[in-house]
Design a protein around this ligand. Sequence first.
Ligand code: C5P
Length: 232
Amino acid sequence: MPKDVILALDFPNKSKTLDFLSQFKEEKPYVKIGMELFYAEGPSIVREIKARGHKIFLDLKLHDIPNTVYSAMKVLSSLQVDMVNIHAAGTRRMMEAAKQGLADGKGNTLLIAVTQLTSTDQETMNKELLIPGNLGDVVSSYAKNAYEAGCDGVVCSPLEVEKVHHDIAPTFLTVTPGIRFADNTTDDQKRVTTPQKARALGSDYIVVGRAITKASDPVASYRRCVKDFLGE
Ligand code: C5P
């Protein structure tokens, strides 16, 4: 199964993004375009980065009524990115609608469902969101819904990967943010691990933002991440 490091391009505009990417002369990282960049620049930034040869995870985390998500996915499908996502909390029907929208748009895009954000911890989930139970069990239950709705995988923390692969299927993809080197701060993330630990736990893709983008030498940090996660 393909494993990779996905580099989160959390930048406010096109020029900062392209300046950052221009540092990568030898490799073409798999990149993630999120809300900030997409809302600032629109679909053209996706086309431009794709034309430069990068694989793209479009991280817009759709969560709305099924009909709206269906139509939005049909439009996004035409961008032919490699991966898109939705919130599993939107229900099985919403996830099925997303899948159908992608299929009707004739794209060949992996559909990934967010289970619980890696910035949410057990206490917040229980006491603020009023979702009872153990965080790992909730992630696994949302993952089961996603699997049954036809999704290709989930976003979760590396700490839940073994449970998802065990409870759902070893081939069900796990895309895991919340990655930090042992010498980094955690910022706003709560459920964090190192690239080595994510590898040991069986993550399929790690999503890394600030540990690379805010490093004094981003290319060296990206290479360190690839080495630690893929063992290359
Ligand atoms: O800077 P950092 O490595 O924490 O960035 C993580 C990236 O992954 C951010 O772009 C964030 O939006 C995204 N993400 C996340 N948790 C999820 C889904 C996506 O942190 N559940």
